[in-house]
Design a protein around this ligand. Structure first.
Ligand SMILES: [Zn+2]
Length: 456
């Protein structure tokens, strides 16, 4: 462990979080390094206690849940916790959109923060959460990343979708300071052409990160670009793949080029890190101190070993806008196996259905599909969208508006898309009333019909 890392762990991280920011993130993080090792029975027991408390709060303070408890005849005094979860209905994005106010806790109206997600399902969503919930999600993400060697204070390089639009100067400085203290270096993967990838490689070689974190497809494309000629002049502990599914062929190339193991992760803007692989790679450990993750089949029953089902998430610490049995829109493969690493945190065998095709530009740039949810999340007047590329120089963007789209929205979308797809792409916008589902009942956010060139 380097000198800085030691200082960071002992002083910088706890001091910055507790004293400067007045947050509990550091204590949740350090505590989670212990609780990851308790038995799965104890974890489930703790989740049940937390869940019963959350449900009680929601029934008293959120009009939406008050009504649900009444309508479903739930007796809170006899509610046993996790085993009774399926007595409650599933929450989804449409329900949240039409019941936003009644989902907010009356006790927390003045202290909630709000955020948007573009989602991997092509349905932007606006939601609320508390500082407490934020502290938990950051702690869980930090803990999950340690399994890949990304310890707090160790250098981390991010191949990431950097915030669109222009941040204010103060905001930019704040972010830079934050990245500097955390020793994080960012490369914008929404703008990854050959020049940017060349610069990224030199930047990485200078910075020598202990871990590389990135969206899967840009990481894979970067690995292909770098090739096998020992151009990597550092030895990372691990490469963390996020935001998109990592296919075996991608894992193999990334591991070979970076000379380190790939660690698959699963997260979302609603909850940050939901699950991550440990060094044994036997599935993804759920951030179980913060989230309950269920995998259910179409008939609502729990998926058994090896079966695929809908991923349903309950956030145990977001009292501002309780997410109880929230259908996130992804599919997962269930397992009840315990990982050989000894951590009692339950596993998801795999996450499927998160596949966003990449979009290629006539100028030879590869745009990760993630760009589009990232952009659309900012527009409350868009209910759903889909991006279709049938030819290299043609892009169709379908939009389902909630009301009539304002000129400002149209203009901003067009300018942001144009910046990323280059000057010669023909972009056609279609305002539609609905977007059909795929055969598996999912929305596909980006579809590329370019044969043999897709790797989403
Ligand atoms: Zn493990």
């Amino acid at each position: 462990m380097s000198y800085y890392q030691k200082q960071y762990e002992n002083y910088v991280f706890p001091f910055y979080e507790s004293i400067i920011k007045g947050r509990n993130t550091a204590s949740y993080y350090y505590n989670s390094l212990q609780t990851q090792n308790v038995s799965s029975e104890e974890i489930i027991h703790n989740q049940s206690i937390l869940f019963c408390a959350l449900l009680k709060h929601a029934s008293q303070c959120c009009p939406y849940y008050k009504k649900i408890i009444q309508d479903y005849g739930i007796d809170l005094n006899n509610f046993t916790g996790i085993t009774d979860l399926n007595k409650l209905p599933v929450l989804n994005k449409d329900i949240i959109r039409s019941n936003f106010d009644s989902l907010i806790s009356t006790l927390h109206r003045d202290v909630i923060w709000t955020k948007s997600t573009g989602g991997s399902t092509g349905q932007p969503l606006h939601f609320a959460y508390t500082q407490e919930s934020y502290e938990w999600r950051v702690a869980m993400s930090k803990r999950g990343y340690t399994w890949a060697g990304a310890l707090p204070g160790a250098k981390q390089a991010y191949i990431w979708g950097v915030q669109l639009g222009k941040l204010g100067r103060i905001q930019q400085l704040k972010e830079r300071f934050h990245h500097f203290v955390d020793r994080q270096l960012y490369f914008n993967c929404f703008d990854f052409d050959e020049k940017a990838m060349t610069q990224c490689l030199s930047g990485l070689n200078l910075f020598k990160p202990a871990a590389v974190v990135g969206y899967t497809n840009p990481l894979y494309n970067l690995a292909l670009f770098i090739g096998d000629n020992s151009k990597i002049k550092f030895a990372p502990q691990g490469v963390i793949c996020a935001a998109e599914k990592v296919h075996p062929y991608q894992r193999e190339v990334i591991e070979r080029v970076f000379g380190a193991k790939v660690f698959n992760t699963y997260g979302s803007r609603e909850f940050m890190l939901i699950a991550a692989e440990c060094e044994k790679h036997e599935g993804l450990h759920i951030s179980a101190e913060n989230l309950i993750v269920e995998i259910i089949k179409e008939d609502g029953t729990t998926a058994k070993e090896g079966e695929t089902g809908r991923i349903i998430v309950t956030d145990l610490h977001n009292y501002g806008m309780p997410f109880i049995r929230y259908e996130i829109g992804d599919l997962g493969v269930a397992t009840s196996k315990i990982c050989s690493c000894g951590r009692g945190l339950p596993l998801i065998a795999d996450v499927v259905g998160r596949s966003l095709d990449v979009i290629r530009t006539p100028e030879g740039k590869i745009v990760p599909g993630e760009f589009f949810p990232h952009l659309m999340k900012d527009f409350s007047d868009i209910a759903r969208f889909q991006v279709l590329q049938e030819k290299l120089d043609h892009l169709v963007i379908k939009l389902v508006p909630t009301t009539e789209l304002s000129e400002a929205t149209k203009k901003r979308i067009d300018s942001e898309v144009r910046t990323v797809v280059g000057p010669t792409m023909v972009i056609k916008y279609e305002i539609v009333s609905d977007i059909p589902l795929t055969a598996t009942g999912k929305y596909r956010v980006t579809i590329s019909k370019l044969t043999g060139e897709q790797n989403g």
